[in-house]
Design a protein around this ligand. Structure first.
Ligand code: TGC
Ligand code: FAD
Length: 382
């Protein structure tokens, strides 16, 4: 089959980065597909993180002795190869990299970096990121979790929900209000007063675990506070993760497009192949156009991030648009496979329901609309 990458034949990567990307592609397709339809368990989650750790992709943009310090373009392309297989598996990569290793590396003391980044990067420990609460999802700044300084430690009380990895996490980045200011803390499972019940029976992203973090008088040493103050802390972490997602969803779309092309070349209806029908070709062309334009846009934004010339609205634009277009692609692909589109065997339905979640987390489609609306009009409409 011809490559659907019409506008991005040359990604402009160094020879080394090309080799890394090829090996991630092989790894994803040979090692990760075995997990794509499984409902996540703690054992499976640990096994997958060990594998991610072995190929060295966890926290790959961080400049530490334990991580590769790759450009953001590479981070995005790696996320895309993983999400070609499954969005839940890509979620695991994003959370550990952008939302756990990154804040520790950026705002943690040398001691915190030394203690936590190595096990997180080699996959022997698992991290999670607690921002969302039962009463504050999109309106993240209205969180109720509180941190109060008492002697040499902070006492944290509150509840986080919809947290990827929480039921199995060893290390938790928790955002809490200290007075009127938002602060970030590094918690670990050994601290007393932490419970992490799982959210069961999800019908999307089943390959990754999701749960709550309930914090009851949890004592966190002062040195575990991150050196960043205000909502720009968690929102900067989200910038990184959202950029990765903008690439990742294109991996899911690429899989769906390749699947419908292959299907159309093998399915005979009304005396000719489906691939010979104009309506079928029109839909493949639309999907492939959106995929190519989305990839070019994300590559451009990643270059801006690498050159420190990006601003958050650029990232909102590609997160919003690529999620929407990839979800539409998966929905169309589902239809184009007819009844087969709903089976596990063809893998389209799984991608489609996964993309429903990816369109919601890390800022819903509407929230990114309003971020861009504010940028364009200078009027806030949240
Ligand atoms: P606002 O008053 O506008 O700003 C507060 C402060 O934050 C700064 N800021 C940013 N800084 C860095 N990056 C950004 N993108 C930023 N956006 C704003 C801003 O400059 C200001 O700084 P300062 O110094 O003046 O204090 O913010 P707000 O509190 O009104 O919030 C605005 C809003 C609604 C856009 C924000 O809350 C938001 O993005 N909400 C969506 C929540 C969200 O995305 N949650 C994601 C949770 S994590 C997740 O979903 C992980 S899924 C993981 C997986 O499995 O892959
Ligand atoms: P709400 O904010 O209640 O939104 C409900 C609806 O209202 C949406 O359609 C939204 O677009 C719309 N809406 C909201 N505000 C406005 C407005 N001002 N105007 C018009 N419409 C509006 N969070 C974490 O902190 N860490 C994680 O690891 C994490 N992982 C997740 C994993 C999964 C599988 C899921 C499903 C979620 C995860 N989340 C995580 C939470 C996720 O970020 C939130 O679900 C998301 O931010 C939306 O919040 P909410 O679900 O409370 O929806």
């Amino acid at each position: 089959m011809k490559s659907i990458n019409l506008l991005t034949r040359n990604l402009g990567l160094s020879t080394t980065n090309n080799i890394i990307l090829d090996s991630v592609k092989r790894f994803a397709r040979e090692e990760l597909t075995q997990y794509q339809n499984n409902r996540a368990t703690p054992e499976q989650t640990r096994e997958i993180y060990k594998k991610f750790g072995e190929i060295g992709v966890l926290g790959c943009t961080a400049d530490t002795q334990y991580t590769m310090k790759l450009p953001y373009k590479m981070y995005g392309l790696i996320a895309k190869e993983v999400e070609y297989v499954d969005s839940g598996l890509r979620s695991m990569l994003s959370v550990q990299s952008s939302l756990v290793i990154n804040p520790i590396y950026r705002w943690g003391s040398g001691h915190l970096i030394h203690k936590y980044v190595e096990p997180l990067a080699n996959g022997s420990q698992i991290g999670c990121f607690g921002l969302t609460e039962p009463d504050s999802g999109s309106d993240a700044g209205s969180m109720r979790t509180r941190a109060v300084l008492d002697g040499n430690s902070y006492v944290i009380n509150g509840s986080k929900t919809w947290i990827t990895n929480s039921p199995v996490a060893d290390i938790m980045i928790v955002w809490a209000k200290e007075g009127d200011t938002t602060s970030g803390f590094v918690l670990d499972r050994t601290m007393h007063g932490i419970e992490t019940p799982e959210i069961k029976n999800k019908m999307s992203l089943v390959s990754s675990m999701t749960g709550m973090i309930n914090l009851s008088d949890v004592r966190v040493p002062k040195e575990n506070k991150l050196n960043i103050s205000g909502m720009k802390g968690p929102l900067s972490c989200l910038n990184d993760a959202r950029l990765g997602i903008s690439f990742g969803v294109l991996g899911a779309a690429e899989f769906c497009i390749e699947q419908v092309i292959d299907y159309g070349l093998n399915r005979n209806l009304f005396g000719s192949l489906l691939a010979e029908k104009q309506l079928y070709q029109s839909r493949i062309t639309d999907m492939t156009s959106e995929y190519n334009l989305g990839l070019l846009a994300s590559l451009n934004v990643a270059d801006h991030v690498d050159q420190a010339t990006s601003h958050p609205e650029m990232i909102s634009l590609v997160k919003r648009n690529n999620c929407q277009k990839s979800l539409e692609t998966a929905r169309k692909a589902r239809d184009m496979l007819g009844g087969n589109g709903i089976t596990q065997e063809y893998n389209i339905f799984r991608h489609m329901v996964n993309l429903e979640t990816v369109n919601t987390y890390e800022g819903t489609h509407d929230i990114h609309t309003l971020i861009l609306g504010k940028y364009l009009t200078n009027k806030e409409a949240f």
